[in-house]
Design a binder for this molecule. Structure first.
Ligand SMILES: NC(=O)c1ccc[n+]([C@@H]2O[C@H](COP(=O)([O-])OP(=O)(O)OC[C@H]3O[C@@H](n4cnc5c(N)ncnc54)[C@H](OP(=O)(O)O)[C@@H]3O)[C@@H](O)[C@H]2O)c1
Length: 305
C-alpha cells in the first residue's frame, strides 16, 4: 500500500503548533468550512474553546495532521527562531508543489528555508497585526482586531487563489502585496524600538513615552532606517520615529511580546529583530551600536536565566 495514498482536499490545511496565532487561524479556518489539522510535537486531538473578537465562545475539535496524505498547504506561525527547524521537519512530508506560509515577528534569512524546498514548492510570508492569546492550553482568545499582509517569497504557482482565500479566512482582512520587505522593515523599526526596551525595563509600552528613553529610541530607529535605506527600502527616520511614538501611545497599556518572554524566561525573538539589523549592517559595513547593545543585553539576560 502507498504511504500517502490520497490527495488532500483544497480545503485541507496543516497548521504548525498550537500557539496563539496558529489556534486563532485554525479556529477561523474551521468555522469558514476548511479542514485545519495541527502539526504537533505530540500529536493528539485538541478540544478548543475559541473566543472570537465579538466575545462569542465556540467549542471546536482540532485533529492532528493525518499521516495518510502528503501535505499540500501549510501555515507555519511559529516564533522566528523555530521557523527553519519547523520547515525542515515538514519538508519530507510535503507534496511536490506544496505551498508554505510562514508568519513571525522580525526577519530571518531565507536561504536555510529555501534549501529545504523543491523549486516547485512555494514559500509565502504573512505579516499580521491580529492579536490572540491563550489563557490556557485549550483556549484561545482573539484579543485585538488587526489586518494581515501576504506576499510570495518565491515564484508564482497555480495555487495562489487557494492560498489567498484561506489566509483571508484565517487572519483577514488581508492585502496581497508584491514585496513584503518594505512592510517588514517598518515593523522591524517599531519592534527594535519598543520590544527590547520594554523587556529590559520590565514595563508596559506606554512607559517609553517618557523623555528619558528618547535618545535610545531615536538611535535604534535611525540605525534601522540607515540599514533599510542601504538595502533599497526607503525609510525616513522622522516619519518612522513618529510612527513608533504613535504605536507607543496606541498600545500604552500592553506588555510587548519580548517583555512577556523575558519575564517568563523564554527565548525571545531579539535575533530576528535587532540581531537581523546588526547582521545586515555588518554585510553593508554600517555601524549599529544601539541595536547591538539591545541584542547583547537581551541575549545575556536570556542566557543567564
Ligand atoms: N500572539 C499574537 O497576538 C501575535 C500577533 C502578531 C504576531 N505574532 C507573532 O507570530 C508568531 C507566533 O506567535 P504566537 O503568539 O502564536 O507564538 P506561540 O504562542 O509561541 O506559538 C508558537 C507555537 O508553535 C509551536 N512550535 C514551534 N515549532 C514547532 C514545531 N517544529 N512543531 C510543532 N510545533 C511547533 C510552539 O511550541 P512550544 O511552545 O512547545 O515550543 C508554540 O506552541 C511569533 O513570531 C509572534 O511574534 C504574534
Amino acid at each position: 500500500m502507498a504511504l500517502y495514498p490520497s490527495a488532500p482536499s483544497a480545503l485541507s490545511w496543516c497548521i504548525v503548533g498550537r500557539g496563539a496565532i496558529g489556534l486563532l487561524a485554525s479556529a477561523r479556518l474551521q468555522l469558514a468550512g476548511y479542514r485545519p489539522e495541527l502539526w504537533l510535537k505530540q500529536p493528539q486531538p485538541l478540544q478548543l474553546t475559541f473566543t472570537s473578537i465579538d466575545r462569542q465562545q465556540q467549542q471546536l475539535l482540532l485533529l492532528p495532521q493525518s499521516a495518510a496524505c502528503r501535505i499540500q498547504r501549510v501555515f507555519v506561525p511559529v516564533k522566528a527562531f523555530d521557523t527553519a527547524s519547523a520547515v525542515a521537519e515538514l519538508a519530507p512530508r510535503l507534496s511536490n508543489n506544496a505551498q508554505l506560509v510562514i508568519s513571525h515577528n522580525g526577519i530571518i534569512p531565507l536561504s536555510p528555508l529555501l534549501q529545504q524546498l523543491q523549486p516547485e514548492q512555494g514559500l509565502w510570508f504573512l505579516s499580521t497585526s491580529q492579536a490572540a492569546y491563550k489563557p490556557a492550553a485549550d483556549q484561545v482568545i482573539h484579543s485585538g482586531e488587526g489586518q494581515s499582509y501576504l506576499a510570495r517569497l518565491t515564484t508564482a504557482s497555480e495555487d495562489d487563489d487557494n492560498v489567498v482565500a484561506a489566509m483571508t479566512a484565517a487572519l483577514g482582512p488581508l492585502t496581497v502585496v508584491a514585496d513584503i520587505y518594505p512592510l517588514l522593515w517598518q515593523k522591524l523599526a517599531i519592534n527594535a524600538a519598543i520590544n527590547p526596551l520594554t523587556a529590559l525595563e520590565n514595563c508596559r509600552n506606554g512607559q517609553l513615552a517618557d523623555p528619558q528613553y528618547q535618545p535610545q529610541i531615536e538611535a535604534l530607529v535611525t540605525e534601522v532606517c540607515q540599514v533599510a535605506n542601504a538595502l533599497g527600502y526607503p525609510m525616513q527616520p522622522a516619519n518612522t520615529l513618529a510612527e513608533v511614538y504613535r504605536v507607543i501611545g496606541a498600545t500604552a497599556s500592553n506588555f510587548s511580546s519580548m517583555q512577556q518572554d523575558l519575564a517568563a524566561r523564554r527565548q525571545t525573538e531579539i535575533s530576528a529583530i535587532c540581531g537581523y539589523v546588526c547582521q545586515q549592517a555588518g554585510l553593508l559595513q554600517l555601524a549599529t551600536p544601539a541595536n547591538q547593545q539591545m541584542l547583547d543585553r537581551i541575549l545575556a539576560l536570556t542566557a543567564a536565566s
